[in-house]
Design a protein around this ligand. Structure first.
Ligand SMILES: Cc1cc2nc3c(=O)[nH]c(=O)nc-3n(C[C@H](O)[C@H](O)[C@H](O)COP(=O)(O)O)c2cc1C
Length: 140
């Protein structure tokens, strides 16, 4: 059955442009090959990731992602069955570019997104999707 899983997390390292490019390239290749659609969005501090696909594949992928030491404080925003995919393909977006190191050399941990209702989540994702589409051209 088709599921989606949406989470946000906080970056634990200051990603250089090269590291980000590599991560985006890696996720695009692996996810497209596995039939996973969705997006990975990065704003210099936080990741927001939407993944859509068969539940067993998503579970396996998320088990791998959640142990990745480059991010922490993963917060699942949605996880469950969906009727249709919201994304046709795999998108990646970097908003604001790579983070600038702060005075102590660590990225600002930032604050958590507040809990959102279904309608808010839909609007939020539409917004993220628009951002991703408008920046995708710069990345490909
Ligand atoms: C924020 C974030 C999101 C990631 N998303 C994905 C993803 O969607 N698909 C994927 O294959 N790897 C993703 N990764 C990378 C995995 O956590 C892991 O490092 C990688 O898949 C391991 O690849 P390997 O099995 O070839 O060593 C992500 C990593 C981070 C930090």
């Amino acid at each position: 059955m088709l599921h989606h899983l949406i989470y946000q997390s906080t970056a634990l390292i200051v990603f250089s442009e090269g590291q980000l490019g590599q991560l985006m390239h890696h996720t695009r290749q692996r996810n497209q090959a596995a039939g996973i659609t969705g997006m990975l969005w990065y704003d210099g501090r936080r990741f927001l990731q939407v993944m859509e696909g068969p539940a067993p594949i998503l579970d396996c992928l998320f088990a791998r992602i959640r142990t990745d030491c480059r991010h922490a404080r993963l917060q699942v925003l949605a996880n469950g069955p969906i009727r249709h995919r919201q994304f046709d393909t795999w998108l990646t977006a970097i908003v604001n570019g790579p983070a600038q190191p702060s005075a102590n050399g660590c990225p600002d941990p930032g604050s958590s997104l507040p809990a959102v209702g279904d309608e808010e989540l839909r609007l939020l994702l539409n917004d993220f999707q628009r951002t991703a589409l408008s920046t995708a051209a710069h990345l490909s």
